[in-house]
Design a protein around this ligand. Sequence first.
Ligand code: UDP
Ligand code: UDP
Length: 462
Amino acid sequence: MATTTTKPESKPPHIALFPCAGMGHLIPFLRLAAMLDSRGCTVTFITVQPTVTAAESDHLSDFFTLYPHIRRLEFQLLPYKKSKFTNEDPFFIQMESICSSVHVLYPLLQSLSPSLSAIIADLPVTSRIIHLASDLSISIYILTTTSARFFSVMNHLPQLADNNNNTRCNNGHIEIPGLGPMDVSNIPPAMLNPDHFFAVGITSNVSSLSKVNGILINTFTSFEPEAIDALKNNSGIAPILPIGPFECFNTPKAPNNLEWLDEQRPESVLFISFGSRTALSKDQITELANGLEKSRCKFLWALKGSKVDKEDKEKIENILGKSFIDRTMNQGKVVKEWVNQEQILAHPSVGGFLSHCGWNSVIEAAKLGVPILAWPQHGDQKVNAEVVENGGLGTWIRDWGWGTEKMVDSNEIAEKIKEFMVGGNLRVRAKEMKVKAQEAREINGSSEGLLRRMLESLKNKE
Ligand code: UDP
Ligand code: UDP
Protein backbone atom coordinates (compact mmCIF):
# COMPACT_ATOMS: atom_id res chain seq x y z
CA MET A 1 0.00 0.00 0.00
CA ALA A 2 1.36 3.41 -0.92
CA THR A 3 2.19 5.64 2.01
CA THR A 4 1.05 9.24 1.83
CA THR A 5 3.67 11.78 2.83
CA THR A 6 2.26 15.11 3.87
CA LYS A 7 4.39 18.08 2.94
CA PRO A 8 4.83 20.42 5.92
CA GLU A 9 2.77 23.61 5.54
CA SER A 10 5.12 26.32 4.27
CA LYS A 11 5.20 29.39 6.51
CA PRO A 12 4.42 32.84 5.10
CA PRO A 13 7.64 34.70 4.40
CA HIS A 14 8.69 37.40 6.84
CA ILE A 15 9.85 40.43 4.89
CA ALA A 16 11.41 43.66 6.20
CA LEU A 17 11.09 46.86 4.18
CA PHE A 18 13.73 49.57 4.44
CA PRO A 19 13.03 52.92 2.73
CA CYS A 20 15.37 55.90 2.56
CA ALA A 21 14.58 59.61 2.90
CA GLY A 22 11.59 61.58 1.63
CA MET A 23 7.99 60.93 0.60
CA GLY A 24 9.00 59.84 -2.90
CA HIS A 25 10.70 56.86 -1.25
CA LEU A 26 8.36 56.31 1.71
CA ILE A 27 5.13 56.17 -0.33
CA PRO A 28 6.12 53.31 -2.68
CA PHE A 29 7.54 51.35 0.28
CA LEU A 30 4.32 51.80 2.27
CA ARG A 31 2.28 50.70 -0.74
CA LEU A 32 4.45 47.65 -1.22
CA ALA A 33 4.18 46.81 2.50
CA ALA A 34 0.37 46.88 2.25
CA MET A 35 0.49 44.71 -0.90
CA LEU A 36 2.73 42.12 0.80
CA ASP A 37 0.46 42.14 3.85
CA SER A 38 -2.62 41.50 1.71
CA ARG A 39 -0.79 38.59 0.03
CA GLY A 40 -0.24 36.85 3.36
CA CYS A 41 3.32 37.87 4.25
CA THR A 42 4.51 38.84 7.71
CA VAL A 43 5.77 42.39 7.28
CA THR A 44 8.21 44.47 9.33
CA PHE A 45 8.55 48.10 8.30
CA ILE A 46 11.76 49.90 9.28
CA THR A 47 11.07 53.51 10.20
CA VAL A 48 14.01 55.89 10.18
CA GLN A 49 13.94 58.33 13.11
CA PRO A 50 13.91 61.30 12.97
CA THR A 51 12.27 61.92 9.59
CA VAL A 52 13.09 64.97 7.47
CA THR A 53 9.49 66.00 6.87
CA ALA A 54 6.27 66.19 8.84
CA ALA A 55 4.55 64.39 5.94
CA GLU A 56 6.73 61.31 6.58
CA SER A 57 5.93 61.10 10.29
CA ASP A 58 2.20 61.78 9.67
CA HIS A 59 2.01 59.08 7.02
CA LEU A 60 3.81 56.58 9.22
CA SER A 61 1.44 57.07 12.12
CA ASP A 62 -1.62 56.85 9.84
CA PHE A 63 -0.23 53.73 8.21
CA PHE A 64 0.39 51.83 11.45
CA THR A 65 -3.10 52.77 12.67
CA LEU A 66 -4.54 51.29 9.49
CA TYR A 67 -2.32 48.20 9.54
CA PRO A 68 -1.81 47.41 13.24
CA HIS A 69 -0.43 43.95 12.47
CA ILE A 70 2.42 45.31 10.32
CA ARG A 71 5.35 45.54 12.70
CA ARG A 72 7.20 48.78 13.16
CA LEU A 73 10.94 48.59 13.68
CA GLU A 74 12.27 51.96 14.82
CA PHE A 75 15.71 52.76 13.50
CA GLN A 76 17.24 55.67 15.40
CA LEU A 77 19.93 57.40 13.36
CA LEU A 78 23.32 58.01 14.93
CA PRO A 79 24.45 61.64 15.38
CA TYR A 80 25.34 62.88 11.94
CA LYS A 81 28.97 63.49 10.95
CA LYS A 82 29.38 65.60 7.82
CA SER A 83 31.43 63.86 5.15
CA LYS A 84 33.36 65.26 2.22
CA PHE A 85 30.53 64.40 -0.17
CA THR A 86 27.71 66.13 1.64
CA ASN A 87 25.91 69.12 0.22
CA GLU A 88 23.23 71.02 2.05
CA ASP A 89 20.18 69.17 0.72
CA PRO A 90 18.42 67.81 3.84
CA PHE A 91 17.26 64.70 1.94
CA PHE A 92 20.78 63.79 0.88
CA ILE A 93 22.12 64.51 4.36
CA GLN A 94 19.49 62.10 5.65
CA MET A 95 20.44 59.52 3.01
CA GLU A 96 24.07 59.73 4.05
CA SER A 97 23.17 59.59 7.71
CA ILE A 98 21.08 56.44 7.09
CA CYS A 99 23.98 54.83 5.22
CA SER A 100 26.43 55.54 8.02
CA SER A 101 24.05 54.20 10.71
CA VAL A 102 23.11 50.95 8.94
CA HIS A 103 25.27 48.76 11.21
CA VAL A 104 22.98 49.68 14.15
CA LEU A 105 20.18 47.92 12.33
CA TYR A 106 21.87 44.51 12.17
CA PRO A 107 21.28 43.31 15.75
CA LEU A 108 17.69 44.59 15.55
CA LEU A 109 17.06 42.54 12.41
CA GLN A 110 18.80 39.51 13.88
CA SER A 111 16.54 39.51 16.94
CA LEU A 112 13.25 39.51 14.97
CA SER A 113 10.91 36.61 15.52
CA PRO A 114 9.93 34.78 13.38
CA SER A 115 13.30 35.18 11.70
CA LEU A 116 13.47 37.18 8.49
CA SER A 117 13.20 35.56 5.07
CA ALA A 118 14.11 38.69 3.12
CA ILE A 119 14.71 42.40 3.21
CA ILE A 120 13.54 44.81 0.52
CA ALA A 121 15.80 47.86 0.74
CA ASP A 122 16.02 51.17 -1.06
CA LEU A 123 18.68 51.48 -3.77
CA PRO A 124 20.78 54.13 -1.95
CA VAL A 125 21.64 51.67 0.88
CA THR A 126 22.57 48.72 -1.38
CA SER A 127 26.33 48.72 -0.83
CA ARG A 128 25.83 49.08 2.95
CA ILE A 129 23.49 46.15 3.41
CA ILE A 130 24.85 43.67 0.91
CA HIS A 131 26.58 41.47 3.49
CA LEU A 132 23.28 40.96 5.36
CA ALA A 133 22.70 38.09 2.94
CA SER A 134 25.52 36.04 4.44
CA ASP A 135 25.41 37.52 7.97
CA LEU A 136 21.70 36.79 8.47
CA SER A 137 21.14 34.17 5.73
CA ILE A 138 18.33 36.12 4.14
CA SER A 139 17.45 37.14 0.60
CA ILE A 140 18.07 40.74 -0.41
CA TYR A 141 15.87 42.59 -2.85
CA ILE A 142 16.37 46.19 -3.89
CA LEU A 143 13.45 48.47 -4.69
CA THR A 144 14.40 51.37 -6.92
CA THR A 145 11.93 54.23 -6.69
CA THR A 146 12.63 55.59 -10.16
CA SER A 147 11.75 54.45 -13.72
CA ALA A 148 13.33 51.41 -15.40
CA ARG A 149 14.76 53.89 -17.88
CA PHE A 150 16.54 56.04 -15.29
CA PHE A 151 17.58 52.92 -13.44
CA SER A 152 19.26 51.74 -16.68
CA VAL A 153 21.18 55.02 -16.81
CA MET A 154 22.28 54.67 -13.17
CA ASN A 155 23.23 51.08 -13.77
CA HIS A 156 25.38 52.04 -16.73
CA LEU A 157 27.06 54.99 -15.00
CA PRO A 158 30.38 53.23 -14.25
CA GLN A 159 30.74 52.36 -17.97
CA LEU A 160 29.93 55.91 -19.08
CA ALA A 161 33.24 57.33 -17.84
CA ASP A 162 36.31 57.12 -20.07
CA ASN A 163 39.90 56.69 -18.80
CA ASN A 164 40.07 60.38 -17.85
CA ASN A 165 36.81 60.15 -15.97
CA ASN A 166 34.96 62.17 -18.60
CA THR A 167 31.60 61.03 -19.92
CA ARG A 168 31.79 59.08 -23.19
CA CYS A 169 29.60 61.21 -25.38
CA ASN A 170 28.90 61.26 -29.11
CA ASN A 171 27.45 64.46 -30.58
CA GLY A 172 25.80 65.30 -27.27
CA HIS A 173 24.40 61.80 -26.90
CA ILE A 174 25.25 58.88 -24.65
CA GLU A 175 24.58 55.23 -25.42
CA ILE A 176 22.77 53.09 -22.89
CA PRO A 177 22.51 49.48 -24.11
CA GLY A 178 19.07 48.77 -25.54
CA LEU A 179 17.85 52.34 -25.22
CA GLY A 180 19.51 53.99 -28.20
CA PRO A 181 21.19 57.40 -28.08
CA MET A 182 20.06 59.57 -25.18
CA ASP A 183 20.51 63.33 -25.05
CA VAL A 184 23.21 63.99 -22.45
CA SER A 185 21.38 67.12 -21.30
CA ASN A 186 18.64 64.85 -19.92
CA ILE A 187 21.04 63.34 -17.40
CA PRO A 188 21.25 65.25 -14.10
CA PRO A 189 24.57 67.17 -14.29
CA ALA A 190 25.62 65.93 -10.82
CA MET A 191 25.58 62.38 -12.11
CA LEU A 192 28.11 63.22 -14.81
CA ASN A 193 30.57 64.66 -12.33
CA PRO A 194 32.47 61.65 -10.96
CA ASP A 195 33.52 63.61 -7.87
CA HIS A 196 29.96 64.57 -6.96
CA PHE A 197 28.43 62.63 -4.05
CA PHE A 198 25.40 61.77 -6.23
CA ALA A 199 27.61 59.99 -8.81
CA VAL A 200 29.81 58.45 -6.11
CA GLY A 201 26.75 57.05 -4.29
CA ILE A 202 25.14 55.64 -7.43
CA THR A 203 28.38 54.06 -8.68
CA SER A 204 28.99 52.30 -5.39
CA ASN A 205 25.38 51.07 -5.13
CA VAL A 206 25.01 49.76 -8.67
CA SER A 207 28.33 47.94 -8.34
CA SER A 208 26.71 45.73 -5.67
CA LEU A 209 23.62 44.89 -7.70
CA SER A 210 24.91 41.59 -9.09
CA LYS A 211 24.87 40.21 -5.54
CA VAL A 212 21.20 40.79 -4.70
CA ASN A 213 18.33 38.37 -5.35
CA GLY A 214 16.22 40.73 -7.42
CA ILE A 215 15.55 44.34 -8.33
CA LEU A 216 11.98 45.52 -7.89
CA ILE A 217 10.73 48.44 -9.97
CA ASN A 218 7.37 50.21 -9.66
CA THR A 219 6.69 50.04 -13.38
CA PHE A 220 5.08 47.60 -15.81
CA THR A 221 6.21 45.92 -18.99
CA SER A 222 3.83 47.60 -21.42
CA PHE A 223 4.79 51.06 -20.14
CA GLU A 224 8.59 50.63 -20.39
CA PRO A 225 9.13 47.65 -22.71
CA GLU A 226 12.51 48.80 -24.09
CA ALA A 227 14.16 49.60 -20.76
CA ILE A 228 12.84 46.46 -19.08
CA ASP A 229 14.05 44.27 -21.94
CA ALA A 230 17.46 45.93 -21.89
CA LEU A 231 17.78 45.34 -18.15
CA LYS A 232 16.63 41.74 -18.45
CA ASN A 233 19.25 41.13 -21.14
CA ASN A 234 22.00 42.45 -18.90
CA SER A 235 23.61 39.37 -17.42
CA GLY A 236 25.65 41.51 -14.97
CA ILE A 237 22.76 42.32 -12.66
CA ALA A 238 20.18 40.46 -10.59
CA PRO A 239 16.75 39.56 -12.07
CA ILE A 240 14.59 42.59 -12.87
CA LEU A 241 11.12 42.46 -11.39
CA PRO A 242 8.77 45.15 -12.77
CA ILE A 243 5.88 44.68 -10.33
CA GLY A 244 4.00 47.98 -10.66
CA PRO A 245 1.90 49.95 -10.64
CA PHE A 246 1.70 49.61 -6.87
CA GLU A 247 -1.78 49.57 -5.38
CA CYS A 248 -2.65 52.52 -3.19
CA PHE A 249 -3.95 51.92 0.31
CA ASN A 250 -6.95 53.55 1.92
CA THR A 251 -6.22 56.45 4.14
CA PRO A 252 -8.55 57.33 6.99
CA LYS A 253 -8.08 61.07 6.43
CA ALA A 254 -10.84 63.11 4.78
CA PRO A 255 -10.13 63.51 1.08
CA ASN A 256 -9.06 67.03 0.14
CA ASN A 257 -10.81 69.25 -2.37
CA LEU A 258 -12.99 66.55 -3.83
CA GLU A 259 -16.15 68.62 -3.23
CA TRP A 260 -14.72 71.39 -5.41
CA LEU A 261 -13.79 68.84 -8.08
CA ASP A 262 -17.31 67.36 -7.89
CA GLU A 263 -18.67 70.70 -9.11
CA GLN A 264 -16.46 70.83 -12.23
CA ARG A 265 -17.12 69.46 -15.72
CA PRO A 266 -15.61 66.06 -16.62
CA GLU A 267 -11.92 66.25 -17.60
CA SER A 268 -11.92 70.06 -17.37
CA VAL A 269 -9.42 70.55 -14.52
CA LEU A 270 -5.64 70.74 -14.75
CA PHE A 271 -3.98 69.41 -11.58
CA ILE A 272 -0.60 71.00 -10.81
CA SER A 273 1.98 69.54 -8.48
CA PHE A 274 5.77 69.41 -8.40
CA GLY A 275 5.86 66.62 -5.83
CA SER A 276 6.77 66.56 -2.19
CA ARG A 277 10.12 68.34 -2.20
CA THR A 278 10.35 70.81 -5.05
CA ALA A 279 9.46 74.47 -4.71
CA LEU A 280 9.61 76.64 -7.81
CA SER A 281 11.36 79.99 -7.39
CA LYS A 282 9.12 82.89 -6.28
CA ASP A 283 9.34 84.48 -9.74
CA GLN A 284 8.51 81.24 -11.52
CA ILE A 285 5.52 80.74 -9.22
CA THR A 286 4.26 84.20 -10.25
CA GLU A 287 4.72 83.39 -13.96
CA LEU A 288 2.89 80.08 -13.51
CA ALA A 289 0.03 81.79 -11.65
CA ASN A 290 -0.31 84.39 -14.42
CA GLY A 291 -0.07 81.67 -17.07
CA LEU A 292 -2.86 79.71 -15.44
CA GLU A 293 -5.06 82.78 -15.27
CA LYS A 294 -4.38 83.68 -18.93
CA SER A 295 -5.11 80.11 -20.04
CA ARG A 296 -8.63 80.38 -18.56
CA CYS A 297 -8.46 76.66 -17.83
CA LYS A 298 -9.84 75.29 -14.58
CA PHE A 299 -7.04 74.33 -12.20
CA LEU A 300 -6.26 72.75 -8.85
CA TRP A 301 -2.75 73.67 -7.70
CA ALA A 302 -0.92 71.98 -4.84
CA LEU A 303 1.54 74.77 -4.16
CA LYS A 304 4.83 74.38 -2.30
CA GLY A 305 6.78 77.37 -1.01
CA SER A 306 9.88 75.51 0.23
CA LYS A 307 11.63 72.16 -0.06
CA VAL A 308 10.89 70.86 3.46
CA ASP A 309 7.26 71.07 4.59
CA LYS A 310 8.12 72.07 8.18
CA GLU A 311 9.63 75.28 6.80
CA ASP A 312 6.77 75.98 4.38
CA LYS A 313 4.90 78.52 6.51
CA GLU A 314 4.11 81.37 4.13
CA LYS A 315 0.42 81.87 3.39
CA ILE A 316 -0.93 81.36 -0.14
CA GLU A 317 -2.11 85.00 -0.25
CA ASN A 318 1.41 86.21 0.54
CA ILE A 319 2.95 84.09 -2.21
CA LEU A 320 0.40 84.67 -4.96
CA GLY A 321 -1.20 87.94 -3.85
CA LYS A 322 -4.78 88.35 -2.65
CA SER A 323 -5.88 89.87 -5.95
CA PHE A 324 -4.84 86.69 -7.84
CA ILE A 325 -6.92 84.58 -5.46
CA ASP A 326 -9.90 86.91 -5.87
CA ARG A 327 -9.60 87.09 -9.66
CA THR A 328 -9.35 83.31 -10.08
CA MET A 329 -11.97 82.40 -7.48
CA ASN A 330 -14.24 80.83 -10.08
CA GLN A 331 -11.44 79.43 -12.22
CA GLY A 332 -9.30 77.47 -9.81
CA LYS A 333 -8.20 76.51 -6.35
CA VAL A 334 -4.80 76.70 -4.72
CA VAL A 335 -3.97 74.56 -1.68
CA LYS A 336 -0.84 74.38 0.38
CA GLU A 337 -1.39 71.38 2.61
CA TRP A 338 -0.66 67.72 1.73
CA VAL A 339 -3.27 66.50 -0.77
CA ASN A 340 -4.19 62.95 -1.60
CA GLN A 341 -2.79 63.01 -5.13
CA GLU A 342 -4.06 59.58 -6.17
CA GLN A 343 -7.61 60.51 -5.20
CA ILE A 344 -7.34 63.77 -7.11
CA LEU A 345 -5.95 62.10 -10.24
CA ALA A 346 -8.71 59.49 -10.02
CA HIS A 347 -11.43 62.16 -10.00
CA PRO A 348 -13.44 62.36 -13.28
CA SER A 349 -13.10 66.17 -13.42
CA VAL A 350 -9.33 65.98 -13.73
CA GLY A 351 -8.28 66.01 -17.38
CA GLY A 352 -4.56 66.76 -17.18
CA PHE A 353 -1.58 66.88 -14.83
CA LEU A 354 1.17 69.51 -14.95
CA SER A 355 3.89 67.48 -13.25
CA HIS A 356 7.60 67.59 -12.45
CA CYS A 357 7.68 63.89 -13.39
CA GLY A 358 8.83 62.46 -10.09
CA TRP A 359 8.46 58.75 -10.79
CA ASN A 360 5.63 58.15 -8.33
CA SER A 361 3.60 60.91 -9.95
CA VAL A 362 4.23 59.47 -13.42
CA ILE A 363 3.23 55.94 -12.47
CA GLU A 364 0.11 57.21 -10.67
CA ALA A 365 -0.92 59.16 -13.79
CA ALA A 366 -0.30 56.07 -15.96
CA LYS A 367 -2.35 53.89 -13.62
CA LEU A 368 -5.23 56.40 -13.60
CA GLY A 369 -5.05 57.36 -17.30
CA VAL A 370 -4.37 61.08 -16.79
CA PRO A 371 -2.19 62.78 -19.44
CA ILE A 372 0.90 64.65 -18.25
CA LEU A 373 2.27 68.00 -19.28
CA ALA A 374 5.86 67.42 -18.20
CA TRP A 375 7.98 70.11 -16.58
CA PRO A 376 10.97 68.24 -15.12
CA GLN A 377 12.88 70.15 -12.45
CA HIS A 378 15.89 68.02 -11.40
CA GLY A 379 17.28 64.51 -10.81
CA ASP A 380 15.67 61.65 -12.75
CA GLN A 381 12.77 63.80 -13.98
CA LYS A 382 13.90 64.51 -17.58
CA VAL A 383 14.52 60.81 -18.20
CA ASN A 384 11.11 60.08 -16.65
CA ALA A 385 9.63 62.71 -19.00
CA GLU A 386 11.11 60.69 -21.90
CA VAL A 387 9.16 57.68 -20.61
CA VAL A 388 6.00 59.80 -20.51
CA GLU A 389 6.47 60.84 -24.14
CA ASN A 390 7.57 57.43 -25.42
CA GLY A 391 4.57 55.80 -23.74
CA GLY A 392 2.15 58.32 -25.28
CA LEU A 393 1.11 59.44 -21.78
CA GLY A 394 1.95 63.07 -22.28
CA THR A 395 3.95 65.84 -23.76
CA TRP A 396 7.15 67.60 -22.71
CA ILE A 397 8.33 71.04 -23.76
CA ARG A 398 12.08 70.52 -23.77
CA ASP A 399 12.76 74.27 -24.15
CA TRP A 400 11.60 74.84 -20.59
CA GLY A 401 14.83 73.19 -19.41
CA TRP A 402 15.61 72.16 -15.83
CA GLY A 403 13.72 74.01 -13.09
CA THR A 404 16.36 76.58 -12.28
CA GLU A 405 17.75 76.90 -15.81
CA LYS A 406 15.42 79.57 -17.18
CA MET A 407 12.35 81.59 -16.40
CA VAL A 408 9.37 80.34 -18.39
CA ASP A 409 7.13 83.24 -19.30
CA SER A 410 3.41 83.32 -18.40
CA ASN A 411 2.27 83.71 -22.06
CA GLU A 412 4.24 80.60 -23.05
CA ILE A 413 2.78 78.68 -20.10
CA ALA A 414 -0.78 79.79 -20.96
CA GLU A 415 -0.36 78.75 -24.61
CA LYS A 416 0.93 75.28 -23.76
CA ILE A 417 -1.71 74.67 -21.10
CA LYS A 418 -4.51 75.64 -23.53
CA GLU A 419 -3.17 73.28 -26.22
CA PHE A 420 -2.65 70.48 -23.72
CA MET A 421 -6.10 70.73 -22.13
CA VAL A 422 -7.83 70.27 -25.48
CA GLY A 423 -7.03 66.63 -24.79
CA GLY A 424 -7.69 64.73 -28.00
CA ASN A 425 -5.42 61.85 -28.87
CA LEU A 426 -3.32 62.26 -25.74
CA ARG A 427 -6.32 61.56 -23.54
CA VAL A 428 -7.22 58.49 -25.60
CA ARG A 429 -3.68 57.13 -25.25
CA ALA A 430 -3.59 57.86 -21.53
CA LYS A 431 -6.79 55.85 -21.10
CA GLU A 432 -5.24 52.98 -23.06
CA MET A 433 -2.32 53.09 -20.63
CA LYS A 434 -4.74 52.82 -17.72
CA VAL A 435 -6.14 49.60 -19.20
CA LYS A 436 -2.61 48.19 -19.67
CA ALA A 437 -1.78 49.11 -16.06
CA GLN A 438 -4.87 47.25 -14.86
CA GLU A 439 -3.94 44.21 -16.97
CA ALA A 440 -0.46 44.13 -15.39
CA ARG A 441 -2.04 43.96 -11.91
CA GLU A 442 -4.56 41.20 -12.79
CA ILE A 443 -3.97 37.80 -11.22
CA ASN A 444 -2.10 36.49 -14.27
CA GLY A 445 -0.82 39.90 -15.34
CA SER A 446 2.88 40.55 -15.91
CA SER A 447 3.46 42.41 -12.63
CA GLU A 448 1.21 40.36 -10.36
CA GLY A 449 2.61 37.11 -11.77
CA LEU A 450 6.19 38.17 -10.97
CA LEU A 451 5.29 39.27 -7.46
CA ARG A 452 3.49 35.99 -6.70
CA ARG A 453 6.40 33.93 -8.02
CA MET A 454 8.84 35.90 -5.90
CA LEU A 455 6.72 35.30 -2.78
CA GLU A 456 6.34 31.60 -3.61
CA SER A 457 10.10 31.23 -3.92
CA LEU A 458 10.57 32.86 -0.50
CA LYS A 459 7.92 30.58 1.01
CA ASN A 460 9.61 27.49 -0.35
CA LYS A 461 12.98 28.60 1.04
CA GLU A 462 11.68 28.44 4.63
N1 UDP B 1 2.06 63.50 -2.99
C1 UDP B 1 0.79 63.59 -2.47
N2 UDP B 1 0.36 64.81 -2.04
C2 UDP B 1 1.12 65.92 -2.08
C3 UDP B 1 2.43 65.82 -2.64
C4 UDP B 1 2.87 64.60 -3.09
O1 UDP B 1 0.04 62.61 -2.39
O2 UDP B 1 0.66 66.99 -1.66
C5 UDP B 1 2.57 62.17 -3.36
C6 UDP B 1 2.47 61.84 -4.82
O3 UDP B 1 1.22 61.26 -5.12
C7 UDP B 1 3.62 60.85 -4.97
C8 UDP B 1 4.66 61.34 -3.97
O4 UDP B 1 3.95 62.12 -3.03
O5 UDP B 1 3.20 59.56 -4.59
C9 UDP B 1 5.73 62.21 -4.58
O6 UDP B 1 6.64 61.39 -5.25
P1 UDP B 1 7.24 61.79 -6.67
O7 UDP B 1 8.17 60.68 -7.05
O8 UDP B 1 6.16 62.10 -7.63
O9 UDP B 1 8.03 63.12 -6.43
P2 UDP B 1 9.06 63.63 -5.29
O10 UDP B 1 8.22 64.19 -4.20
O11 UDP B 1 9.90 62.46 -4.87
O12 UDP B 1 9.83 64.69 -6.02
N1 UDP C 1 20.49 57.48 -5.61
C1 UDP C 1 21.38 56.57 -5.07
N2 UDP C 1 22.40 57.00 -4.31
C2 UDP C 1 22.61 58.30 -4.05
C3 UDP C 1 21.73 59.22 -4.61
C4 UDP C 1 20.66 58.80 -5.37
O1 UDP C 1 21.28 55.39 -5.27
O2 UDP C 1 23.56 58.63 -3.34
C5 UDP C 1 19.38 57.04 -6.45
C6 UDP C 1 18.07 56.94 -5.69
O3 UDP C 1 17.58 55.63 -5.83
C7 UDP C 1 17.12 57.91 -6.34
C8 UDP C 1 17.76 58.13 -7.71
O4 UDP C 1 19.16 57.99 -7.48
O5 UDP C 1 15.83 57.38 -6.46
C9 UDP C 1 17.43 59.45 -8.29
O6 UDP C 1 17.73 60.44 -7.36
P1 UDP C 1 16.87 61.76 -7.33
O7 UDP C 1 17.51 62.70 -6.37
O8 UDP C 1 16.64 62.18 -8.71
O9 UDP C 1 15.47 61.24 -6.84
P2 UDP C 1 14.74 61.02 -5.47
O10 UDP C 1 15.73 60.94 -4.33
O11 UDP C 1 13.78 62.16 -5.39
O12 UDP C 1 14.07 59.72 -5.70
